[in-house]
Design a protein around this ligand. Structure first.
Ligand SMILES: [Mg+2]
Length: 277
C-alpha cells in the first residue's frame, strides 16, 4: 500500500479543515444551508483536489483535465470551498453564497469555473460521469473521472443503470465515491430505504470496491493512489463518514442536513473546528 509522508497528510488535513471552516462561512453568509453533507465530504474533497485530480485552475476548460462531478449537489458549499482554496476563483466569492446574481447557489452551477456539471437533482451524476469517461476513452485523452455520490442518493434507480453501464463498458478510468454518512434529509438511510449490503451490490454490478474511513487522510490517499483497483473495471470507494463532521452539535443528525446558520451558531462552529495552520 502506498504511504504518504506525515507532511503530506498534515497538509491535506489542514486543507480539509479549511474546507469545513469555509463551508460554515459560506452558509453563514447565506443564512442557512446544507452543513451535514458538506462537512462529511470535506476530507475526501481535500484529498481529491490537493492530492489526486490533475487540474489547471487558471485554465478550467483544459481538455485533458480530470473530471469531478459532485452528484450530491446539495453539498455545493464544500465544492465551492475547495475550488476557491485550489485557486479557481477568489476566496471572497464564499461570502456571496446564495447571493442574488452570483454563481454561488445552493447547488453547483456549470457556469462557475471548475464545476463540471450542474447537479442537485439527485441520481444523475454517475450517468454523466459514465459519458465523460467514455468520451475520454474515445478521444484517447487519458483523463480520469470521479463522481461523488450521497448515500441517500443511491435510492435513485438511475444510479444502478449507470453502474451497470460502466461495468459493461469496462470504464477503469471511472471512480465513484460514496460519502456514506448513513443519514439523509429525513433520517437514517437504513430506516428510510436501506442500502446494505452495499459493497456486495456494487461488486455484483461488476465494480471493484474498497471501503475506507472517509476522515482518515492516510486511508483516503492510499485508496486514491491505488486507483484503478482493477484494470478492466470501474472503481468504487465506500467512504464511511460522519454527517456534520467536526462540530459536535451538527454531527450524526439529520437535523443538520440543512439548517439555519446564525451568528452564534457560526461562532460556536468555528470555535470547535479551531484554526488552520
Ligand atoms: Mg447521507
Amino acid at each position: 500500500m502506498p504511504s504518504n509522508s506525515e507532511a503530506v497528510l498534515k497538509r491535506l488535513a489542514n486543507e480539509a479543515l479549511r474546507v469545513r471552516r469555509n463551508v460554515w462561512r459560506a452558509l453563514h453568509a447565506a443564512g442557512a444551508g446544507h452543513v451535514g453533507g458538506s462537512t462529511s465530504a470535506a476530507d475526501l474533497l481535500a484529498a481529491l483536489y490537493f492530492h489526486y485530480l490533475n487540474l489547471r485552475p487558471e485554465q478550467p476548460d483544459w481538455p485533458d483535465r480530470d473530471r469531478f462531478v459532485l452528484s450530491k449537489g446539495h453539498a455545493n458549499a464544500a465544492l465551492v470551498a475547495v475550488l476557491a482554496q485550489a485557486g479557481f476563483f477568489p476566496d471572497s466569492h464564499l461570502d456571496e453564497f446564495y447571493g442574488y446574481r452570483t454563481l454561488m447557489g445552493m447547488h453547483p452551477d456549470i457556469k462557475l469555473g471548475g464545476v463540471e456539471m450542474s447537479t442537485g437533482g439527485l441520481g444523475h451524476g454517475l450517468s454523466v460521469g459514465v459519458g465523460m469517461a467514455l468520451g475520454g476513452r474515445l478521444q484517447k485523452r487519458g483523463f480520469r473521472t470521479v463522481v461523488m455520490l450521497g448515500d441517500g442518493e443511491l435510492q435513485e434507480g438511475s444510479n444502478w443503470e449507470a453502474a451497470m453501464s460502466a461495468a459493461h463498458l469496462k470504464l477503469a478510468d471511472l471512480t465513484a465515491i460514496v460519502d456514506y454518512n448513513k443519514i439523509q434529509q429525513s433520517g437514517h438511510v437504513q430506516d428510510v430505504l436501506g442500502l446494505e449490503p452495499l459493497a456486495d451490490k456494487w461488486r455484483a454490478f461488476g465494480w471493484s470496491v474498497r471501503e475506507l474511513d472517509g476522515h482518515d487522510m492516510a486511508q483516503i490517499t492510499a485508496a486514491l493512489d491505488a486507483l484503478p483497483f482493477a484494470p478492466d473495471r470501474p472503481s468504487l470507494m465506500i467512504a464511511h463518514t460522519v454527517k456534520g463532521k467536526g462540530v459536535s452539535f451538527a454531527e450524526d443528525t439529520h437535523l443538520w442536513h440543512q439548517n439555519t446558520v446564525g451568528d452564534e451558531i457560526y461562532r460556536k462552529a468555528l470555535d470547535e473546528l479551531g484554526e488552520p495552520l
